[in-house]
Design a binder for this molecule. Structure first.
Ligand code: ASP
Length: 322
């Protein structure tokens, strides 16, 4: 029998120029640790991987430190547009929403699509209408704002008019980098992957996207196969990084495909995608993945990635830097 495991991420990126061992670092580690423990409890009670990843991502959406749900980055119009996806590795059932502005927990909307719709992917108003019909909690768009994200956006608007910023030359910007990973050079998606006691896999991903993105821009996070994928025979995968590149290499599915068709191990497949295929097209970021045996891998090609995992009967592992 497999020992149930949950792995989570809160985005990858460049190191902050602030002092490394800061109070902020402690906060990030504490948040990851707390969320791992709370969501792993679902698995510990014999619950399913799908419930567990939904719970983990919900908690990550509620945490203002991460760019998903509360604390999402700003669009070029000074608003928030959120994307999320979830996939069940046992059935391949999937649900996703994109460009939603009022759904408090986009991952729950994705889950509702998975469970209560014949479709896989809803965007914008249709997604919101569907969420509303499912009784999900709706909020005003400014609920997602935090003073830190607004400052970050205004800084970007002033320094890089008209650009969506992920990875600009931070030396040119007087960033207030109080977080361990530079908020201006960090990809902020959150995600979770899990295997439950029955050996079922699931993955979920949720994001505010990239700061100052154009209205209507969608990255990899809500695209099944790019930012989120799960199949029991191979792996569950959630990604974070330059979404356009992850879409181009179909990153999450490629990990599973390399295992399936080329016989690579989970670790070999994930390494190949993150350190070869993405790097070849200047894709930056990382992913978390778990396979059907409960192996976990969390590679990234940036300087850090907020990440952690918790295996039944063990203490949580939490890390930020390499
Ligand atoms: N991958 C996300 C996107 O492109 C960004 C991120 O990971 O922060 O929307």
């Amino acid at each position: 029998m497999v020992k149930p495991v949950l792995a989570i991420h809160g985005g990858a990126g460049a190191l902050s120029r602030a002092v490394m061992s800061s109070e902020a670092e402690r906060q990030y580690r504490a948040a990851l640790d707390g969320i791992l423990r709370a969501a792993h409890a679902v698995l510990a009670k014999g619950g399913g991987a799908l419930d567990c990843v939904a719970q983990a991502v919900c908690l990550l959406e509620d945490c203002p430190l991460f760019n998903a749900g509360k604390g999402a980055v700003f669009t070029s119009a000074g608003t928030h547009e959120l994307d999320a996806a979830i996939m069940d590795g046992a059935s391949l059932n999937s649900g996703a929403v994109a460009n939603v502005e009022h759904i408090k927990h986009p991952v729950l909307a994705a889950r509702a699509v998975l469970e209560h719709s014949n479709h896989v992917f809803f965007v914008s108003r249709g997604a919101e209408d569907f969420a509303l019909s499912q009784g999900l909690e709706m909020v005003e768009n400014h609920y997602f704002s935090t003073p830190q994200r607004r400052e970050q956006w205004l800084r970007v608007v002033n320094e890089f008019p008209g650009q969506a910023v992920l990875d600009h030359d931070a030396a040119r910007v007087q960033a207030q980098a109080e977080a361990p990973l530079d908020p201006d050079r960090k990809f902020g998606t959150v995600g979770a992957v899990a295997i439950d006691v029955r050996g079922n896999l699931a993955a979920a991903t949720s994001t505010g996207g990239v700061t100052n993105k154009q209205i209507g821009r969608v990255g990899d996070a809500p695209i099944i196969g790019a930012g989120c994928y799960a199949a029991n025979r191979t792996a569950a995968v959630s990604t974070t990084g330059t979404g356009e590149m992850f879409i181009r290499v179909v990153a999450a599915y490629d990990v599973a495909a390399l295992m399936d068709y080329a016989g690579l191990s989970l670790e070999q497949a994930a390494e190949k995608v993150v350190h070869e295929k993405l790097v070849a097209i200047q894709g930056q970021g990382g992913l978390i993945a778990v396979d059907g045996k409960g192996n976990v891998t969390m590679p990234f090609n940036t300087e850090g990635m907020y990440r952690g995992y918790l295996r039944q009967g063990e203490e949580p592992f939490v890390a930020i830097y390499r």
